[in-house]
Design a protein around this ligand. Structure first.
Ligand code: PA5
Length: 342
């Protein structure tokens, strides 16, 4: 018999399967949005929490090797001291009501930043519209984490139009085409991965700066959709600390599955590091999976692993009997924070 839990998880699956369509429509909307004049920025800061923050991390990872200006991500109440009137500040909040993002936005206003808001409405939408800042509206009615396509794709398009980075147009087009072609096979692959993860602690390792945000996304989706704890770390940094702690104290290795995210830009020495770590620590885990990104452009490769991770989180939710839409603890915490003002 179908339950409301099954229905919630099925709805989340449909939203994830629609990720390429979201990327497409978000990018097209950003191409024609009124966003003001280009140039003159000394830095970019993007503020957003949880599902609304991940797009900024993806962009930051993409631009590290490409952008002429530093890109800061803000996921706290306060913005970095370096944010100034010469900063392009982008506030991203799906609901428009997230207090950390609203606080960062208020500070950016006081510093005289050029501001853009990406939101479905709420206090951020209202305030930004009233102040005359460009508001890029995303469709309402989804869990924020399921709106990643809309929230993300507006960013590279705006940054390119404002002369912060090169054009990602071709990458975006390839990403959309590629994800539409591959989403069915990825769903089948996700089911197999979820079988291995079921009842175990996933440890997700990124092996390149570009993939750090992807590992974060895996963790957040496994936390929120599947309701499971997940640990992440980055190679090669991991090799200088975590390698010693793996499997200790007395941690039963059979409960751990390592998921290593790999890309063709992963440094060959980092690949060798990963294999050596997996060999040295083989008592510390049950199984190690190596997942290679797919596609040509960096964007397509990033989203190949993001979509796979999203699908894995849904399949783990299904196996755990968890409604992938439900995040009661976040809702409860937000309720308590709203009650306690000041
Ligand atoms: O996925 C979620 O629901 C959360 O991670 C939210 O994105 C987070 O709490 C921030 O809310 P919002 O995206 O509305 O700013």
């Amino acid at each position: 018999m179908r339950t409301s839990t099954d229905d919630g998880t099925e709805r989340m699956l449909q939203l994830v399967m629609g990720l390429p369509d979201q990327i497409d429509s978000g990018a097209k909307a950003a191409c024609v949005a009124r966003i003001g004049r280009a140039g003159g920025f000394e830095s970019v800061a993007v503020a957003g929490m949880g599902g609304s923050g991940i797009g900024a991390k993806i962009v930051q990872g993409l631009l590290l090797d490409k952008s002429r200006v530093p890109v800061y991500t803000c996921n706290d109440y306060d913005i970095p001291a370096a944010v100034s009137a010469k900063t392009l500040f982008v506030a991203v909040s799906y609901s428009g009501n997230t207090e950390e993002t609203l606080s960062a936005y208020a500070q950016a206003r006081r510093r005289g930043c050029r501001i853009i808001a990406i939101t479905s409405g709420g206090k951020l939408g209202q305030s930004a519209a009233k102040a005359g800042y460009p508001v890029l509206a995303v469709p309402a009615g989804m869990p924020p984490r399921a709106a990643l396509g809309h929230l993300f794709s507006t960013l590279p398009v705006c940054l390119e139009r404002l002369n912060v980075c090169e054009s990602y147009q071709r990458g975006l087009e390839e990403t959309v085409r590629f994800m539409r072609n591959r989403r069915r096979p990825w769903l089948a692959k996700a089911r197999t991965i979820a079988e291995h993860l079921d009842g175990r602690l996933p440890i997700v390792y990124s092996t390149s700066r570009m993939l750090d945000a992807v590992a974060d996304r895996w963790r957040c989706q496994l936390n929120e959709n599947a309701g499971v704890l997940c640990h992440t770390n980055l190679l090669p940094e991991h090799n200088h600390n975590e390698i010693v702690g793996m499997g200790r104290p007395g941690h039963p290795g059979r409960n751990v599955v390592v998921v290593a995210l790999l890309d063709r830009e992963t440094h060959p020495r980092t690949r060798f590091r990963l294999e050596s770590v997996l060999d040295i620590t083989k008592q510390a885990y049950h199984l190690a999976m190596r997942l290679e990104s797919e596609g040509r452009s960096r964007l397509a490769r990033i989203f190949s692993l993001i979509m796979l991770g999203d699908l894995v989180s849904i399949e783990v939710a299904r196996r755990q009997g968890k409604d992938a839409m439900e995040i009661k603890r976040i809702d409860e915490l937000k309720r308590r924070m709203a009650q306690k003002r000041g």
